[in-house]
Design a protein around this ligand. Sequence first.
Ligand SMILES: C[S@@+](CC[C@H](N)C(=O)[O-])C[C@H]1O[C@@H](n2cnc3c(N)ncnc32)[C@H](O)[C@@H]1O
Length: 424
Amino acid sequence: MLADVLHGHSLTEALRVHQPQVAERDRALLAELTYGVCREFFYLDAIAGQLLRQPMKKKDQDVRALLLSGLYQIVFTRIPAHAAIGESAGAARLLKKKWAVAVVNGSLRRFQRERRQLTEKIERQDSPEVRFNQPGWLVDAMHKAWPQQAQAVLKGLQLRPPFTLRVNLQRCELSDYISELAAGGLKGRSVPGIASALMLEKPVAVSRLPGFGDGQVSVQDAGAQLAAFLLDAQPGMRVLDACAAPGGKTGHLLEHTPDLDLVAVDVDAQRLALVAENMQRLGFNPQLLAGDVSRPEGAWGKLAYDRILVDAPCTATGVIRRHPDIKLLRRPADVGALVQRQKQILAAQWSLLKPGGRMLYATCSLLPQENDEQIGVFLREHADARAVMLASRTGIGTQHGLQLLPDTLETDGFYYALLEKQEI
Ligand SMILES: C[S@@+](CC[C@H](N)C(=O)[O-])C[C@H]1O[C@@H](n2cnc3c(N)ncnc32)[C@H](O)[C@@H]1O
């Protein structure tokens, strides 16, 4: 499983494929180990580097994954070291590589014996990658983009993500829902500046959340919930949700404003099925279309819209604590390609906006190239566009929009810019 991530696949995808093969009772442990190794990857990999004579070859990433997972168990869990070593060596046996058992077993035993010396050596080296447990290019990018906040942001990206809910305010008051939770023994608190958001003390199964099944409440980061408030669609408006899957913001748009005429599009038909599932739970029935919104030929392109949400594909650097595999998967070279895709999507959507209409551009990125710089270029190239000033208690006002930084637990990292089409 972890080897899949080391080969460039997302952890969500790897879990979708492999989790069903694991006994129900072991699935939580599987998730803890895989997410944990990704979260602590650069530290664990530095230790593995001390233990191995040479880096593992590409075809032996399965052995590397077992070693990292064994180290994670010893350093970060309460699993006794002898059990972690025994299980890892046993798993290595299944790989049918004669040398793998000796390498995994020998390395973990040596770590157990020489733990203090090895970890002190790594600490002395004081590499920024290991100190922040983030890829070096991202550490540099954060210091360049957010010199004042970089340390706090990099630390924030290492935290376990908060468990945040979105309460459907059409159906109940936030304070009433907090009382309902308390009656069930769950403690929650509101998030300043985001009216629908509620943070729980710790994650729980959604089956324990009152009203989850019939859409009274959803799981969604507080920063993501700002989108519906900023777009502020009015009843009866025609709205396009251009990059909709899995439908978190689609659901909120419909909860926020009754009687919207909403079209939700995503290029990935499998992910679009998740939007359908979500809408069914919430009791909404928007039009769902699969297609590439950077191209004009889809059915959605035959209409003009009052409001458009472009929740663009991006580096997802703002949500690393939720998806720690991003630190292994993302490469600096991806940034330019994503900036290009975002630019194409923005331009194509702009042509569908009615004069006087508003388009909200959103990313879960911390990189200015995908955010304020992208919008700066857009404004220069579109004389009929003006950026609306965004006032929020949350986030930092930038030249054209609003940046939320994940420097505390309150929100993940998001960027928003609201563009209005001038009549010229
Ligand atoms: C950040 S996610 C959207 C999250 C979603 N808005 C939510 O709140 O749950 C970006 C989405 O854009 C979709 N996407 C990427 N390129 C696209 C394109 N050219 N046309 C349509 N959808 C696209 C991806 O499949 C992905 O589901």
